[in-house]
Design a protein around this ligand. Structure first.
Ligand code: GLC
Ligand code: CA
Length: 593
């Protein structure tokens, strides 16, 4: 009897010991991670986080070479903390020849020379963690740089051990079947390579060859690299262009059903989700970290990444709302007639509804791939910039989904609106300009459109103060500082309790205080209203009403169906709200009912 007991107990004991050891191991790395601050037991911290995105090239230059760097960010840690945010997402800081500003990585385990050293990175991570701020890194693994050692070897010979790390079409089979490239002057994703007499695939620029995920050895290299950063204690990844990683390597002609929708086709690779599940099993599940997918595609495609039952990733961006209002079949050309506001609201309603059943979404109006939110979705005229900035911050921080907020938006930075193509730096703009030019298109019209939509508008240096270069750094900045830095800057707004910056801080605090703003159900109110975005968020008997006027004129909203008898203003961007159902230009009102 005793023997039986011992025999059955022994394996249990062994398992318990093992479990203890595993726990200790994860606890060790988790200690170096920032403290978890989820206030709702059982819910993961990342649902409640407010994320602040830093574009390192443009945040703060510490050594006067005109390029932002890690020491620059370190010098602003207390500022970032003062915003009240929980997590920072850093755009790529890895070694890179910078054809696409770090999205072309030549060494995944080293820091870009201009940004600093690994010691600087460790100090930066510690600096954030000491302030209880988590850190997300960009993971750019659909492609690498043509300067990466793997590609340099691969392109030298078909016998290179790295040849199969990339996708090739042997020239003896003739021309490869057409694939669209996003940053190529000819729009062609196959580039001929003489030494191997074959074409390599690049969905982005020819300096960004696509990695061959169909090769298990390549996937293991990526997982190893991910562990390197996770073992340092970072808190998660933003997975760049990840929806494109799996390819149909039988290279059939583009199926007719995807006519004109290359993005949708690229996001439909045959083994995409097998790879995500493998990555989760082998890497992510071993750490207490979070992930966000840059996920092209429709609801059905995007949902697959974040449906928790599938064990892939945690959150996803979607593009339907942010890409809204451009002319069809033209590169980011804003419709001169503006955009259909009612239809735009319904896009948000559709995705929010989908994520309320399964998975988890994100809310953002800008990032390094977008123009400034104030210019694109608000109004950057001197008269309205203040109200419109505050209104847009209210939107991001009162919607359902993890809030992603872009550096500079907290002070209402706006598009720089370059006149000349020479002033631009961005490969996306330059290659698309070349395409328009090659086709004999209207370059003036193109440049006018780009004043609204181009990415460099969102990449100009941070405006810290009213001194040379806006306090970004002593040297000539890599991209021009917006001349409005003299009035739009952090120092001026710190002093003014009513500034855009201080409003943003208040709105962050409100979101933190109100679980309803995080988990509450979302319902559109007065959905057909052509000026006002109105919705309620409700949770456990508490209802919050959000009213946002997206137009430059006063507008009425129909809230007759709601009980306003106990309505109380929680926050608003005008000193005195006139009447709840009549909003001033760009007015924002958050009320508890
Ligand atoms: C993603 C990045 C973008 C980059 C592209 C290629 O869309 O956000 O900045 O240019 O991927 O890596
Ligand atoms: Ca620098």
């Amino acid at each position: 009897m005793r023997l039986v007991l011992q025999l059955t107990l022994l394996p249990i004991l062994a398992i318990a010991l093992l479990l203890g050891a595993c726990k200790q191991a994860t606890q060790k790395t988790d200690q170096s991670r920032a403290k978890t601050s989820a206030r709702t037991s059982g819910e993961p911290w990342w649902k409640e986080a407010v994320v602040y995105q830093i574009y390192p090239r443009s945040f703060k230059d510490s050594n006067g070479d005109g390029v932002g760097d890690l020491q620059g960010i370190i010098s602003k840690l207390d500022y970032v903390k003062s915003l009240g945010i929980d997590m920072v997402w850093l755009n790529p800081i890895y070694a890179s020849p910078n054809k696409d500003n770090g999205y072309d990585i030549s060494d995944y385990q080293n820091i870009m020379k201009e940004f600093g050293t690994m010691q600087d990175f460790d100090a930066l991570l510690k600096g954030f963690h000491d302030r209880e701020i988590k850190v997300f890194m960009d993971l750019v693994v659909n492609h690498c740089s043509s300067e990466h050692a793997w590609f340099k070897s691969a392109r030298s010979s078909r016998n290179s051990p790295y040849y199969k790390y990339f996708h090739w079409w042997p020239a003896e089979k003739g021309k490869p079947p057409y694939r669209w490239s996003i940053f190529d002057e000819k729009g062609d994703a196959w580039e001929y390579n003489k030494a191997t007499n074959s074409y390599y695939l690049h969905y982005f620029a020819d300096a960004q060859p696509d990695l061959n995920w169909e090769n298990p050895q390549l996937r293991q290299e990526i997982y190893k690299m991910m562990r390197f950063w996770l073992d340092k204690g970072i808190d998660g990844f933003r997975l760049d262009a990840i929806a494109f990683c799996s390819k149909d390597t039988t290279w059939q002609p583009l199926p007719a059903e995807y006519n004109g929708q290359w993005g949708m086709y690229y996001a439909s690779g045959p083994y995409l989700h097998d790879y995500m599940q493998e990555m989760n099993r082998e890497v992510l599940s071993k750490y207490n970290v979070a992930t966000v997918a840059e996920a092209m595609g429709d609801v059905e495609r995007v949902m697959k990444f974040v449906d928790p039952d599938r064990k892939e990733l945690n959150m996803a961006y979607y593009f339907e709302a942010i890409d809204f209002g451009y002319l069809p079949n033209e590169y980011k050309m804003p419709n001169p007639k503006g955009y259909d506001f009612v239809a735009w609201k319904k896009i948000y309603a559709k995705w929010t509804e989908a994520f309320s059943k399964k998975g988890w979404g994100t809310i953002y109006l800008a990032n390094h791939d977008q123009p400034r939110m104030l210019t694109r979705w608000g109004n950057d005229s001197p008269e309205f910039r203040d109200a419109a900035s505050k209104m847009l911050s209210t939107f991001i921080l009162s919607m359902r989904g993890t809030a992603f907020y872009y550096y500079g938006d907290e002070i209402g930075m706006s598009n720089i609106k370059f006149d000349k193509v020479e002033e631009y730096n961005d490969i996306e703009l330059l290659t698309n300009y070349a395409q328009v030019k090659a086709k004999g298109g209207d370059l003036k019209r193109f440049l006018e459109g780009m004043k609204i939509s181009s990415r460099d508008n969102g990449r100009t240096p941070m405006q810290w103060e009213n001194s040379e270069n806006g306090g970004f750094g002593a040297g000539k900045p890599w991209l021009k500082v917006n001349p409005n830095y003299t009035s739009v800057n952090v120092a001026a707004q710190e002093k003014d309790p009513k500034s855009v910056l201080n409003y943003f801080r208040k709105m962050v605090q409100l979101r933190k205080k109100e679980r309803t703003l995080i988990y509450g159900d979302f319902t559109l109110v007065d959905a057909e209203n052509p000026s006002i975005f109105a919705y309620t968020r409700s949770l456990e008997g508490r209802t919050i009403l959000v009213l946002l006027n997206f137009k430059a004129v006063e507008a009425k909203v129909n809230i007759d169906g709601l009980d306003l008898s106990k309505a109380k203003v929680l926050l608003g961007n005008y000193p005195d709200a006139k009447a709840i159902n009549q909003l001033k230009p760009y007015e924002a009102l958050v009320l508890s009912l």
